[in-house]
Design a protein around this ligand. Structure first.
Ligand code: CO
Length: 134
């Protein structure tokens, strides 16, 4: 069911510092920062030949990723996003196998303006999984 790896999201405390790490140390192409107040984050996209890395900085303490930083002060891998062709069919299949969808179960528009769902890490090897319809 799942297709390509769309992105890996890393939450970090300082976007400028993380941008410099990826651009200057790792030699990657990094986008200009983008503010997504509806998601509570500032983000840059690291463009790799086969996928993207998203560096997410919480906008404020109410950000959905602010608590993650309380537990991981230096930042860390937050979630991994797989592409699916049909998000409702994917959801129904996942639920039928006992997987838990986080929230209402209805897809929301994610950081790329496409429908996404998040799946409970306890059901997926300890990793928060995002599925995105592309
Ligand atoms: Co994501």
């Amino acid at each position: 069911m799942i297709g390509k790896l769309n992105h890996v999201a890393i939450v970090i405390p300082n976007l400028a510092k993380a941008t410099a790490t990826y651009r200057d140390s790792l030699g990657a192409t990094v986008s200009e920062p983008l503010s997504l107040p509806e998601h509570g984050v500032n983000v840059v996209f690291v463009e790799l030949p086969n996928t993207k890395i998203e560096l997410l900085e919480p906008i404020d303490d109410n950000s959905p990723v602010a608590k993650f930083l309380e537990r991981n002060a230096d930042g860390g891998m937050h979630h991994i996003c797989y592409e699916v062709e049909d998000i409702l069919a994917a959801r129904d299949q996942l639920v039928s196998t006992g997987a838990r969808v986080i929230g209402s179960g209805e897809p929301k528009n994610g950081a790329h303006g496409k429908p996404v769902l998040f799946l409970h890490p306890k059901d997926f090897c300890g990793t928060l999984v995002e599925i995105e319809q592309v």
